[in-house]
Design a protein around this ligand. Structure first.
Ligand code: ZN
Length: 316
């Protein structure tokens, strides 16, 4: 199939969410809308095809019944999940398991969760938590018990355009005032370490998962430096490879007028994060606007983009 498959966004309410996802053209279900799941075959927020031949079908159904769209190989579960997050308040300090740990600790999770963040927007002074300072398990535990979060957690100032690779086992939290596009393994398992002692409407604190968190946290912390790599730069566009891991490769495309793209991949996940334009595949054109999330099947991984827009593209 030489056509894009567009998905309907799945909006999720979160205690830390806000209303900024409206700028992507989404209808918000709540004043605390934290996440838009743009491309997902995870049971907690399935992407449904918006239009065309597969309208109304879920990405999970396509993955299971139409392997030819994905290069013919669809054993196991669809591996990736793409979200946009609006953090009006700080997210909890958390950590995720890797594949083996998820299999051992969780019943219904096919994958662990390595994730990465492209910062779409950040308010002045915004920051995130990435990694910790403890050199031993004893030092980590002691700081947690004594509530010494300020000296345990590593804070990083951020700005629009920054990119962070967050492997499973890394302590992290997205800070207030940021909008982030997250490309991650298809998992919804989070072990909360610290939630700033926040309570919900009914005065309840959210559950912490310290025991599991201690099992999966890297101590001492490993600093992962990502080397971004410009792969195309010309009058029409600048395309940067943000990261390549065992789980995914992620690109940022800044299209000033045109981009003739050709990927050697079984399928591509595409999210428009700024602007608008036209996507052309096999002589047919499709309008794309900020907030769109789409899948390009194996036969549609060579395409042209015209317009002024920014997009995040990923594949396994
Ligand atoms: Zn996370």
């Amino acid at each position: 199939m030489k056509r894009p498959i567009f998905f309907k966004p799945v909006l999720q309410e979160r205690i830390w969410g806000g209303q900024k996802l409206a700028q992507f053209g989404y209808e918000l279900p709540s004043k605390q809308t934290g996440e838009c799941w743009g491309i997902s075959a995870h049971q907690n927020g399935l992407s449904i095809v918006r239009e065309g031949e597969f309208e109304g079908k879920s990405l999970r159904e396509l993955w299971d019944s139409r392997p030819e769209l994905f290069g013919g190989e669809t054993s196991g579960e669809f591996p990736l999940l793409v979200k946009i997050l609006d953090a009006a308040a700080d997210l909890s300090v958390q950590v995720h398991p890797n594949d083996e740990q998820a299999a051992a600790l969780e019943k219904n999770e096919a994958y662990g969760k390595t994730e990465c963040w492209y910062v779409i927007d950040a308010e002045e002074g915004a920051e995130l938590i990435l990694g910790h300072t403890a050199q031993t398990v004893e030092a980590f535990t002691q700081k947690v018990e004594r509530n010494e979060w300020e000296t345990l957690l590593n804070r990083v100032p951020i700005k629009a355009g920054d990119f962070f690779h967050v492997p499973s086992g890394t302590i992290h939290a997205i800070g207030a005032g940021t909008i982030i596009l997250e490309t991650q393994q298809s998992s919804d398992t989070t072990y909360r370490v610290y939630d700033f002692d926040r309570t919900d409407d009914s005065g309840q604190k959210r559950e912490l998962h310290l025991e599991k968190a201690m099992e999966v946290t890297q101590i001492p912390d490993i600093r992962y430096k990502t080397k971004t790599k410009t792969i195309i730069e010309n009058d029409g566009c600048k395309v940067t490879e943000l990261v390549t891991t065992n789980e995914f490769t992620v690109y940022h495309g800044q299209v000033r007028s045109y981009w003739n793209a050709a990927f050697d991949a079984n399928y591509l996940l595409v999210s428009i994060v700024k602007g608008m334009g036209e996507l052309t595949i096999a002589n047919a054109s499709y309008r794309v606007v900020k907030g769109d999330h789409l899948l390009l099947p194996v036969e549609a991984t060579t395409f042209e983009v015209k317009g002024e827009l920014e997009l995040i593209v990923s594949h396994t």
